[in-house]
Ligand binder design. Structure first.
Ligand code: RFL
Ligand code: PHB
Length: 396
């Protein structure tokens, strides 16, 4: 049996785990990252596309913003389409000069992976059957298998950055953890295509046939989503049907500028809101999707992972280097205050923009009233803009 030791054992090499590893390395704290999948698999997962101002600032501050600045697309506004008309929310003007950055999670993950390589700190890919032991005592450790061989990794702290279906949250006793969940009765069908985007900025559309989103990865790569059934089969959605539906839902202006092309990725994602409380049990900490999930409508998931990890890195650094537990004691409450605000915003955007049932109802009238209010009120637009570019980090 191979036995290793480190200060912080990190489970998961998604954005949360890699960023935590990077922040701790900069602070002089040793880490080992264990990842279930291969590097190629992790880097190929098509997910988030929008970084908040605070995420962008953090990446710049820690020297990881170079490629994002060159290849990412800064956006000063976002569009909502409704009833055949399109309304622009002036993010920049309404927030005193803040923007978002369109930069794919795939690219950010590659940048973080390269930074990890440069640091020389280890990542064990294809680590199987990771299990957590002794998290409520003084000497926690992980067990796992690599190439069929049993290994242990002893540590001072464990960071579960292992996403919505990881081992971290499942290892916390049910008596200490409380969960809150809302499952939405639909999914998002996403496609990626090497065609120029149909607009300069994102378009979120509410339509009687269902929600649609026009996003992008670059000037020559587009990312689109349509609301679909939760158990939708991809065979039901040949590319032509998706393009037809997008044209109808996004409105005539977008349809006129839409370039169609073969999809290079197509997938269905379910939508849910989920929060686990607390985010800490003894020496085990949950960060990112391991602790909370939001529906993608507000573009918050990856950004919340970044804000958790920033707080966790400071707390673990103080604990490892000065023996000061005060920040780890506050980790859960500090994160959850911001998490719940993003959960609220993502839920609100989801409620506002999706089709929840057939025909006209009380709910559809309320949606219409809310959108009409939004388009007529600067205060309402400002509230949206402030949340969309990202609320301040809890420790900023
Ligand atoms: P991840 O990315 O899921 O990474 C977790 C990693 O842990 C590994 N793992 C394990 N490793 C070892 N042992 C185990 N037992 C393990 N169990 C799991 C996994 O293999 C994986 O590599 O979680 P992380 O790092 O917390 O990052 C969270 C983000 O990925 C997520 O919040 C975003 O993708 C959400 N999201 C969006 N967020 C945004 O901020 N802006 C967006 O525009 C945005 N769009 C989206 C999204 C998510 C989407 N989907 C598919 C749910 C759009 C979509 C469609
Ligand atoms: C994306 O580009 O994948 C994207 C953009 C905005 C969202 C969700 C996903 O709200």
């Amino acid at each position: 049996m191979v036995k290793d030791r480190t200060q912080v054992a990190i489970i998961g090499a998604g954005p949360s785990g890699l960023l935590l590893g990077h922040l701790l390395h900069r602070a002089g704290v040793e880490t080992v990252i264990l990842e279930r999948h291969t590097r190629a698999y992790v880097e190929a997962r098509i997910r988030a596309g929008v970084l908040e101002q605070g995420t962008v600032d953090l990446l710049d501050e820690i020297g990881l913003g170079g490629r994002m600045r060159r290849e990412g697309l800064p956006h000063k506004g976002v569009n909502l389409a409704f009833d055949g008309a399109r309304h622009r929310i002036d993010l920049f003007g309404l927030t005193g000069g803040k923007k978002v950055m369109v930069y794919g999670q795939t690219e950010l993950t590659k940048d973080l992976g390269d930074a990890r390589d440069a640091s020389g700190a280890p990542i064990v890919y294809e680590a199987e059957d990771v299990s957590i032991h002794g998290a409520d005592g003084e000497s926690p450790f992980l067990r796992y298998k690599k190439d069929g061989e049993e290994r242990t990794l002893a540590c001072d702290f464990i960071a579960a950055c292992d996403g919505g279906h990881g081992v971290g949250r499942r290892s916390m006793p049910t008596s200490v953890i409380r969960t809150f969940e809302r499952v939405y009765p639909f999914g998002w069908l996403g496609i990626l295509a090497d065609v120029p985007p149909c607009a300069d900025e994102l378009i979120y559309a509410r339509h009687e046939r269902g929600f649609a989103l026009a996003s992008m990865r670059s000037h020559v790569r587009s990312r689109y989503y349509v609301q679909c059934a939760i158990d939708e089969r991809l065979e039901n959605w040949p590319d032509e049907r998706i393009w037809d539906e997008l044209k109808i839902r996004l409105g005539p202006e977008a349809a006129a500028r839409m370039t169609m092309g073969p999809s290079i990725e197509k997938s269905v994602a379910p939508l849910r809101s989920f929060v686990a409380e607390p985010l800490r049990w003894g020496r085990l900490f949950l960060a990112g999707d391991a602790g909370h999930i939001v529906p993608p409508t507000g573009a918050k998931g990856l950004n919340l992972a970044v804000s958790d990890v920033r707080i966790l890195a400071r707390a673990l650094t103080a604990a490892c280097q000065k023996g000061d537990p005060s920040l780890i004691d506050r980790y859960s409450q500090d994160c959850l205050a911001r998490v719940w605000k993003a959960v609220r915003f993502s839920w609100w955007m989801t409620q506002l923009m999706h089709k929840f049932g057939e025909g006209e109802s009380f709910e559809t009238r309320v949606q219409q009233a809310e959108l009409s209010y939004l388009f007529s009120s600067r205060a309402a637009q400002q509230a949206l803009a402030e949340n969309y570019v990202g609320l301040p980090f809890a420790d900023a």
